[in-house]
Design a protein around this ligand. Structure first.
Ligand code: FAD
Ligand code: SF4
Length: 376
């Protein structure tokens, strides 16, 4: 499959990139000028996503189609361009912006990771392995070494949602009458529905959610910092709160999330290369003194690939904290995670199996995290 024609923009600095995007972005122009008039949004204020008449977050039909796409490693975008899932007039290549690469521990604790940092660099970072091991484990599970050498953390956070009926060639999709996510108005997975259920299938976001990560987003309107848990919409089509003129520049991990034992477990068809069809991240700290020594002091569970967004499992901390980990407790955590998993027939494996594997992997990951915590 050939690439569609587009013009490549290659900025050397962030300022240049932001100016290019402001200049060439046509999608959401109305919102962008409103944002300019209103000035930079307050910190953590979610982006003003256009809404359809049904109240759903999606581009208004009156807004011209997206004409610029940002590219980082290109490992997700290039196949999508070949499949004509996007047909931008311009592609803005971030790779010339050196300032967006690197892992910088802060002297007062915590760390910032440039959005262009490759998954391989993250996987191999001694600092991250020592302090934020759930992230290195999740990064190491992505695709294959070649793809991790190219793929970036920013691209993994922004990864498009996936579905059997969507990640196909134009001819294939046309033969099926297209679907809501691209070019059509029906859903093959939930016929009769108006919602897209394509699954978010990135490996690092559940780990980042467990670590309380925040992201920095830059546009000509200014800089905003957003907790990652507020970045995803929960919809399969308009899955992220990012305007076409915005770039993710950095990921922040707080000092308070350092030192947790971390485990990531992933279901995929082949042992390598494949996207997750279910994924679970667990972080845990144990109490080391007092009457509750050995009990869970804090824990979080994140899941991916079974909903249109990666999610933190609500109630997991409350269930685990203050208790000693055993089979029954790990099983209860698995049941909690399975409860919020809502996979549909978006992949080659059945929804029932994927949901069951969330339960099983969560149980195993909780037991493994507890064992790791014992060794630390
Ligand atoms: C065969 C194959 C297997 C794969 N397996 C996995 C897997 O197992 N797990 C997994 O998580 N992923 C997998 N991937 C997807 C991909 O390799 C990774 O998710 C990678 O991290 C994407 O990063 P990238 O830099 O290549 O993104 P790109 O392809 O460059 O971009 C992806 C999306 O993010 C946007 N974007 C990128 N960076 C920024 C930024 N800084 N600011 C704003 N928007 C941005 C782009 O516009 C695009 O929409 C696989 C891909 C292939 C081809
Ligand atoms: S869930 Fe439905 S609308 Fe979304 S990509 Fe799949 S078939 Fe299309």
């Amino acid at each position: 499959m050939s690439l569609p024609q587009f013009k490549l923009l290659r900025p050397r600095t962030l300022v240049e990139a932001v100016e290019f995007l402001a200049e060439y972005t046509r999608a959401g122009l109305g919102d962008f000028s409103t944002a300019l008039r209103a000035g930079p949004p307050a910190q953590n204020e979610p982006a003003q996503t256009p809404r359809g008449p049904d109240g759903r977050e999606r581009p208004s039909p009156h807004v011209p189609p997206v004409s610029v796409r940002v590219i980082a490693g290109g490992t997700d975008l290039i196949p999508s361009l070949r499949q004509r899932l996007f047909e931008p007039e311009f592609v803005l290549d971030l790779r010339g912006i050196a300032a967006l690469r690197g892992i910088k521990p802060n002297p007062e604790g915590g760390v910032e990771i440039g959005a262009l940092t490759t998954l391989r660099t993250i996987e191999k970072s001694d600092f991250l392995q020592q302090h934020y091991s759930v992230l290195t484990e999740a990064a190491a599970s992505v695709a294959s070494p070649v793809l991790r050498n190219m793929g970036t953390i920013g691209g993994n956070i922004c990864l498009d949602t996936r579905c059997l009926w969507y990640n196909q060639s134009h001819t294939w999709r046309k033969g099926c009458g297209f679907c809501i996510k691209k070019d059509g108005d029906l859903c093959h997975v939930a016929p009769g529905g108006t919602k897209c259920w394509a699954a978010f299938s990135g490996d690092t976001p559940p780990a980042l959610l467990c670590l309380d990560a925040e992201i920095e987003i830059v546009s000509r309107a200014g800089i905003r910092r957003l907790p990652l848990r507020d970045f995803y919409t929960g919809l399969g089509d308009t899955y992220r709160k990012l305007q076409a003129d915005e770039i993710i520049t950095r990921v922040f991990l707080p000092a308070s999330s350092a030192g947790y034992s971390g485990v990531y477990r992933k279901l995929r068809v082949r042992g390598s290369i494949d996207y997750p069809l279910a994924g679970v991240a667990v972080v845990m700290k144990r109490s080391s003194n007092g009457r509750g020594a050995g009990h869970v002091a804090d824990a979080r569970i994140g899941i991916t690939a079974v909903n249109p967004a990666p999610l933190l499992v609500k109630g997991a901390s409350e269930l685990l904290v203050g208790r000693a980990v055993n089979e029954a407790l790990a099983e209860a955590a698995g049941n909690l995670a399975a409860k919020i998993s809502k996979p549909l027939t978006t992949s080659t494996l059945t929804p029932e199996y994927r949901r069951e594997m969330i339960r099983v992997f969560t149980k195993r990951a909780v037991l493994a995290a507890a064992q790791k915590a014992d060794r630390n």
